[in-house]
Write a protein that binds this ligand. Structure first.
Ligand code: ZN
Length: 75
């Protein structure tokens, strides 16, 4: 749990808060000790924020119209 190879496995569940308390403790300890995984974690977190924002932000009206015009009308 506390080396960089395991990091791959707990990174996602860690961000989903799906780890047990003990696993979470190990994960946090590793993040504190390891700048490599800390960087990875920050990157993943930013990625998630970016994806979330992309979903929340409304589509520009222009693009919506364009998509609508491409859609085959239901008859
Ligand atoms: Zn590491």
């Amino acid at each position: 749990m506390s080396n960089c190879e395991d990091c791959e496995q707990w990174m996602q569940p860690y961000m989903d808060r799906a780890l047990t308390e003990a696993e979470r403790f190990d994960a946090e300890r590793h993040l504190n000790e390891c700048s490599y995984c800390r960087k990875r974690y920050r990157f993943e977190e930013h990625l998630r924020q970016f994806v979330r924002q992309a979903v929340v932000e409304p589509m520009p009206a222009e693009l919506k119209q364009k998509l609508a015009s491409l859609r085959t009308p239901l008859q």
